[in-house]
Unconditional design. Structure first.
Length: 250
């Protein structure tokens, strides 16, 4: 497996684990298929009941991470569902999660830069200035004086987390662009397929019309010329007669 596929596999597993739990992350591998996968096969691979499998898939479906189709068993009469992970939606879902994490870190950084925090050297519990003031700057557990917390290390840790998330986000953006490219190619194939089908139908209709015309010509050649002339004369007489009747009625 190449690096790109490995990266995508890890991302999809992370998305699935976020929604249905780490223990079921391998369902992402089963669902990452061009064709929809039979839910009974998924249940067998995961070694869980079909109802448990469906519950997991429904949870993923609620977030738009999987799509499904159903087929009716002609003999038994019931429906079986087939499932597939929607890779692009899964990537966009994870991107949204990471963006929210970054926004949360930004809020923490802003708070640390603009507010004073206190902590107990005995218990290690931290308090905002408002809470510390309500305790008269005395630790409610140890009874010792609370001291100002130096935010330098905390801010550095937050910045490191933020940069790491930004780097991961770049990787996700790359995967999104790759997936969009695949989707674009699939759409182009579908459009070309439809155009080809239309062209075939058009050609078939033309061939059918040409065959009818050719048949008509052959029939016309077999009919004697006098009969054709008489037929035309009769048609003209009939038209004149109809015209006179209409004039009299007026």
């Amino acid at each position: 497996m190449n690096f790109e596929n490995t990266m995508l596999k890890i991302i999809l597993q992370e998305v699935v684990a976020t929604v249905i739990g780490k223990q079921y992350e391998t369902i992402a591998d089963l669902l990452d298929s061009k064709k929809h996968v039979n839910e009974f096969i998924i249940a067998k691979k995961l070694d869980i009941t079909i109802n448990q499998t469906r519950n997991l898939l429904y949870k993923l479906s609620e977030h738009g991470l999987v799509s499904s189709m159903r087929k009716k068993d002609k003999k038994k009469g019931w429906y079986t569902y087939f499932w597939r992970i929607e890779v692009l939606k899964a990537l966009e879902f994870l991107k949204g999660m990471m963006q929210r994490k970054i926004e949360n870190i930004d809020r923490q950084i802003e708070s640390r830069e603009n507010k004073t925090y206190y902590y107990s050297e005995i218990t290690g519990v931290e308090y905002t200035e408002e809470v510390a003031l309500s305790y008269n700057f005395i630790c409610p557990e140890s009874g010792k004086l609370l001291v100002i917390h130096d935010n330098t290390k905390v801010l550095k840790d937050l910045e490191r987390k933020k940069e790491k998330l930004k780097e991961e986000l770049k990787g996700i953006d790359v995967e999104i662009e790759i997936e969009k490219g695949k989707k674009g190619k699939e759409r182009d194939k579908e459009v070309k397929k439809e155009e080809k089908q239309k062209a075939v139908k058009k050609a078939e209709k033309k061939a059918e019309r040409d065959a009818i015309r050719e048949k008509a010509k052959k029939i016309e050649k077999k009919v004697p010329k006098k009969q054709v002339k008489n037929s035309k004369k009769n048609s003209k007489k009939s038209a004149k007669k109809t015209s006179k009747i209409k004039k009299k009625k007026k």
